[in-house]
Ligand binder design. Structure first.
Ligand SMILES: *[C@@H]1O[C@H](CO)[C@@H](O)[C@H](O)[C@H]1NC(C)=O
Ligand SMILES: *[C@@H]1O[C@H](CO)[C@@H](O)[C@H](O)[C@H]1NC(C)=O
Ligand SMILES: *[C@@H]1O[C@H](CO)[C@@H](O)[C@H](O)[C@H]1NC(C)=O
Length: 493
């Protein structure tokens, strides 16, 4: 139901796993809840929010009793979602946090530029600029062989789960509850509003909705099977569209059978907590990432845990962005605590992605950046004449840039531009990337995302809230987006 591929995060709800950065259409949530009475994810958030509000009230009260010189904070409960919550004490600036932190951005200089960085005592790493759009670097030998081994072993010990589940039936009921007319759906899909549905408009939609990756040939096969395209011009008119049920494509696919290789991603993953008490290697990696990115340590500490991903032979991840676009209504998953809980849009706000290769892949498995340093960017030309640049099973060779997975190498890039004032700006459209199909052997990678809210006030408020939690609480708090859907609590390895 979202109509543009970037709005479309296929998954993760997580987690994104992936990142899952994902913008959930508000209606999707609503209808899920109406249907079953309790929509599990919304229900989860309600419980979490209630729990946290409760904790904050208690803490605020303690604070008040402890420090009280009797003075009222004029800003209290300014953003209490439903009243009643005493806000935590604020700095005297009237509730607005002054911008006293700015985010360093590593300077790329030019493609091919090599700079020396000091990340571990007694060793100098070389960091090479791979592209400026997105701002992307490669650091060979970032992890030692031993560190790679430990991370893979910890992940196996913890257990990995499917990164994307097969889609089940049930969308039909959802569509019924929404009660959208064929015209309404047609208009949602018709991105360029020309009154016809081009192949790419349908493809984009299906990936977003079902997590099934259709190729243009698949779609033609479906058209033929359903006799959908009566005049055979490769386009669906409203008249043709009206004759299809809203779930016709999915039914067709499920009947024919969907293979793992036809999903948006075909991998397994897990999350490793990196805070106090975690394995020393995991803590070391976090500190090294802090030094590499030159960001405030708190930001890195409060980011998602380390994600470890395993691709078997044949595994892939089609091109996507790790983070969502910035709309005024968008709330970041990691700062949800400090946001209006009523906001309908939620996305992962991952300022930086650090990707580590834990093994050297025998064949394939490159990380492709289809539009890196392209002169211009045009959403519509990503899928053209049957060439889908986002398809990493077929078209990695047409990507502008590919990084070969080499054990111990890290690459990192910025998913957002700068706002010019030292904070996060717009999403960087060029940050599109994917994992090419592994043709020989297997592939192990880890992702460290650094979460920053483009809304400075919300990030500051969130950090203030977390800093007031008791220690063990604050270690848990930062990870609300680690697979809440699948396993809400990550063990501390
Ligand atoms: C759906 O909408 C149509 C027309 O807008 C209406 O006639 C119908 O009763 C609605 N169905 C449900 C289940 O709400
Ligand atoms: C919450 O939403 C209200 C109304 O849209 C707005 O005035 C307020 O500033 C928001 N609060 C936060 C914390 O975003
Ligand atoms: C890449 O740049 C070329 C030249 O400006 C342009 O024609 C093409 O559409 C761009 N590709 C994408 C996907 O935007």
């Amino acid at each position: 139901m979202t109509s543009s591929p970037d709005a479309a995060r296929a998954e993760d709800t997580t987690p994104s796993g992936s990142s899952t950065p994902r913008l959930r259409p508000p209606c999707e949530r609503l209808s899920g809840c109406q249907k079953s009475g309790v929509c599990s994810r919304s229900y989860f958030w309600v419980v979490m929010v209630f729990f946290h509000l409760y904790i904050f009230n208690v803490i605020a009260l303690l604070f008040y009793v402890h420090y009280s010189s009797g003075q009222e904070d004029p800003n209290r409960s300014r953003d209490a979602p439903s009243g009643g919550r005493a806000d935590s004490p604020r700095p005297p600036s009237g509730g607005e946090f002054l911008r006293d932190v700015s985010l360093t951005r590593v300077d790329g200089i030019r493609v091919g530029h090599v700079q020396k960085v000091s990340l571990v005592p007694g060793k100098v790493h070389e960091m090479r600029t791979l592209s400026l759009k997105p701002l992307l670097f490669e650091i060979p030998g970032f992890l030692s062989d031993d560190e790679c081994r430990v991370v893979m072993q910890l992940a196996q010990l913890k257990g990995l789960m499917e990164s994307q589940l097969m889609v089940q039936d049930g969308q039909e009921e959802l569509a019924k509850e929404l009660n959208l007319s064929a015209e309404e759906i047609f208009n949602l899909l018709d991105i360029n509003q020309d009154g016809q549905l081009q192949l790419r408009e349908i493809l984009t939609h299906s990936r977003v909705r079902d997590g099934i990756w259709l190729t243009p040939e698949n779609l033609r096969e479906i058209y033929a099977g359903l006799k959908a395209d009566k005049n055979n011009d490769g386009l669906l008119s409203l008249k043709e569209f009206r004759l299809l049920s809203s779930d016709a494509f999915q039914h067709f696919l499920l009947q024919r059978g969907v293979k793992r290789s036809q999903l948006v991603r075909n991998s397994r993953h897990t999350w490793l907590y990196q805070g106090q008490g975690a394995h020393q290697v995991l803590q070391d990696i976090k500190e090294r990432v802090t030094r590499l990115t030159r960001l405030p340590p708190t930001l890195v500490d409060l980011s998602e845990p380390l994600q470890v991903v395993h691709y078997e032979e044949g595994g892939h991840y089609h091109a996507h962005r790790d983070s969502g676009p910035v709309y005024p209504e968008t709330a970041c998953t990691h700062t949800l605590l400090a946001a209006n809980t009523s906001t309908p849009f939620e996305t992962s706000c991952r300022y930086i992605t650090v990707l580590f290769y834990l093994n050297t892949v025998q064949g394939g498995g490159e990380t492709a950046f289809p539009v890196a340093d392209n002169r211009t960017y045009d959403e519509m030309s990503l899928i053209q004449n049957d060439v889908d640049l986002l398809d990493t099973r077929r078209n990695c060779d047409k990507s502008n840039l590919r990084v070969r997975p080499t054990k111990g190498t890290a690459v990192f890039w910025y998913n957002y531009l700068s706002d010019g004032k030292g904070w996060v700006g717009e999403q960087d459209e060029y940050s599109l990337h994917g994992g090419c199909v592994v043709t020989h052997g297997t592939k192990w990678v880890a992702n460290k995302w650094i979460n920053v809210d483009p809304d400075y006030q919300r990030q500051a408020r969130y950090q203030q809230l977390v800093s007031q939690l008791p220690q063990d609480e604050s270690d848990e708090a930062p990870a609300p987006n680690a697979d809440t859907q699948h396993s809400s609590v990550h063990q501390e390895l």
